[in-house]
Design a protein around this ligand. Sequence first.
Ligand SMILES: [Zn+2]
Length: 176
Amino acid sequence: MPDEPILPIDDPLLKQPSEAVTRFDADLRALAQRMFEVMDRADGAGLAAVQIGVSKRLVVMDVRDGSDERHRLALVNPEVLSASDKTVRGVEGCLSMPDYGIPVDRAARVRVRYHDLDGQPHETDADGEFAVCLQHEIDHTNGVLFTDRVSRLRRDKARKFFARVRRDYERGGATA
Ligand SMILES: [Zn+2]
């Protein structure tokens, strides 16, 4: 199977809010399956559909929470219902900008509502990496990038780094 391309962070589609999912059908399940494969192959913790060019509110993740419990799931139309005032700062990466971490402040805990692939509604409380990943991926569904969550200085540094990687890549020098 050919590698599914992941859109680079400067792709304009990533700045657009994705559309709500209205049909919970076999196509949606197939899309989620593809996303899990892309995420696993890239050794990522989370992926939003828009990152593979599908502007739908669907994200997948495979992360651990603050109690080290594993959460491997697909979330449809996820939204943050509430977030703790307490924040945590951790170094985040994004599959749309490989090999570059940026310290980002996030709510330490969030309550999230979503539907599963069968259309059943769920609410979940998350902390640890689970909470951070939910915020990062839900941002993607709203057209918001982690580089939008940091200072202009860090954003400019990230852009410069990324532009250089892109140039090398387009010359055929890199393998990422
Ligand atoms: Zn991302």
